[in-house]
Design a protein around this ligand. Structure first.
Ligand code: SF4
Length: 110
């Protein structure tokens, strides 16, 4: 994430109800096309969501911060991905070494 994207994200996060896209590019002192590209990257990273709105007769977008966490990140403990995803072994969770190792990655003790 470059400096201008970080500034954009800070502005978006600051407002609980989001910020209008045409307000955002003015505050960042960049043109609307560059702002659109930044928003696209933040959308792709699931850090923001966008809603089409009309304000004072002008169509724009309201950009809201979404928390910045991709759902799959919840499946990562330490550097290990949840071993149950795609597992085809006979499941005995209380004896599963892979699951125990993953849980230890969460910082929990068994
Ligand atoms: S607990 Fe172990 S055996 Fe069961 S699904 Fe997860 S990884 Fe597979």
């Amino acid at each position: 994430m470059d400096e201008i994207e970080e500034r954009a994200l800070k502005l978006i996060r600051r407002s609980s109800d989001g910020i209008l896209q045409n307000q955002l590019w003015k505050e960042l002192e960049i043109d609307s096309r560059r702002c659109t590209r930044i928003i696209r990257r933040l959308l792709d990273a699931a850090m923001v969501e966008r809603e089409s709105v009309v304000v004072d007769g002008i169509r724009t977008y309201r950009i809201r911060f979404t928390g910045g966490t991709r759902k799959f990140e919840l499946l990562i403990a330490g550097n290990l991905f949840d071993p149950c995803v795609g597992c085809i072994d006979e499941c005995k969770p209380h004896r599963c070494a892979q699951l125990n190792k993953w849980i230890r990655g969460l910082g929990a003790e068994l």
